[in-house]
Design a protein around this ligand. Structure first.
Ligand code: GLA
Length: 382
């Protein structure tokens, strides 16, 4: 695929580009915790966006979206959000660089890849991080990786209108082959853990449900969490976010909470605890205990945080009786997208077949499954 992108670039712009890649991500556990300053455990996967980039010596940037076969051109002295939705991920990154005081010279870019769009694998973060990484390299801005991660996140806030946390962009940039990475979203400390790819595979089951409510519900969840923090702060001034809260604190003041807000907060605090326990399980190579945490995470997302949907619940339920599946849960923002499943290597084919058949029978839809391997974060290809 990267060769096609390179060839397209050369045909369109008559020069040799530099090539970059930036991956999508999975998240093993720690959902809706990042914007609560909590813990997440993502990994970058072999579904990636590729970029061909070169300076063009003008005051504009020209972009070609390979997968859509569409092009657009923008003046660099007047960057603002566009009606072309794919271009906003690029524009958002350029805007952040400019805001930070960097002069972005004219450039040409062709980009495309195999991250399924709208499946919850963070194709948008892959685009943002890939362009930030590529421009940083091309023009020698000398930016730290975390600076680029934050710029990519801001691009999503300001040009895509989703008030996302930092997880997706972090994972795309900081991923490491065959490792998951635990990020403390408060301190930004991170730690890599081996993930046993000899015996297990990460299998994604794509519901193909793209819920129209997802981004508005996402922003509502953020507000509900903030409402919970405001109540706790009256009693515990040190509580700056749900990361600082505990289950006993919540229980003690339950009457003061709206029941919905109480459920949301309980979920977030429990999920943070689960990430820490799950990491201890990984250290001991206790994959069964790890898988149990994933099921518990799903329970919380379904009943307390209420961001699941019938298709996701069905797919998770299908795996409960299976010896081949250690853990399963919905992944990402919710209301559609994929479930993530830890499946024994020798049972992969049977698992896929059973899930496809069950999903077809229940919803009349052909299930898509992806086997994800864990790869390095954004990099220069050549
Ligand atoms: C989306 C956001 C992330 C994170 C997840 C939920 O993927 O982009 O920042 O909040 O949802 O864990």
């Amino acid at each position: 695929m990267i060769d096609d992108i390179k060839a397209k670039f050369e045909a369109l712009y008559q020069q040799k580009p530099q090539l970059f890649r930036s991956p999508g991500r999975v998240n093993l556990i720690g959902e809706h915790t990042d914007y609560n300053n909590g813990f997440v455990l993502p990994a970058a996967i072999n579904k990636e966006m590729y970029f061909a980039l070169a300076p063009n010596g003008t005051g504009t940037f020209r972009a070609y979206a390979y997968d859509l076969n569409e092009s657009a051109e923008f003046a660099l002295d007047s960057i603002s959000p566009s009606d072309i939705s794919w271009a906003n991920y690029l524009l958002g990154v350029v805007a952040q660089l400019q805001k930070a005081g960097y002069t972005v010279p004219g450039f040409d870019v062709v980009f495309g890849g195999n991250v399924p769009i709208g499946a919850g694998l963070s194709s948008s973060a892959a685009v943002e991080c890939g362009l930030a990484f590529g421009l940083n390299h091309l023009f020698g801005f000398n930016l730290k990786k975390f600076t680029m991660v934050k710029m990519a996140q801001k691009a999503e806030h300001e040009y895509a209108g989703v008030m996302c946390g930092i997880m997706d962009q972090f994972a795309s940039m900081f991923g490491k082959q065959n490792h998951v990475v635990k990020l403390d979203c408060r301190s930004l400390d991170y730690e890599y853990y081996d993930f046993d790819m000899a015996d297990y595979r990460i299998v994604l089951c794509d519901t193909q449900v793209k819920h129209a409510l997802a981004s508005s519900e996402y922003n509502t969840r953020r507000q509900e969490c903030e409402a919970g923090v405001a109540i706790l702060q009256q009693h515990y001034p040190e509580v700056q976010s749900l990361r600082d809260a505990t289950i006993p604190m919540l229980a003690q003041h339950r009457q003061e909470f709206d029941p919905v807000v109480y459920r949301r907060c309980t979920y977030v605090v429990s999920e943070n605890n689960r990430v820490e326990e799950a990491c201890r399980n990984l250290q001991k190579n206790d994959m069964h205990a790890f898988g149990e945490k994933m099921y518990a995470s799903h329970e919380g997302l379904q009943h307390q945080y209420e961001v699941s949907c019938p298709e996701l619940d069905f797919l998770v339920n299908q795996t409960r009786e299976s010896d081949a599946v250690l853990g399963a849960r919905m992944m990402g923002g919710g209301f559609g997208g994929c479930t993530i499943n830890i499946v024994k290597v020798d049972a992969i084919d049977a698992f896929k077949q059973q899930m496809e058949q069950a999903y077809q029978q229940q919803f009349g839809v052909q299930l898509r499954t992806y086997i994800a391997s864990i790869v390095d974060g954004s990099s220069l290809v050549s």
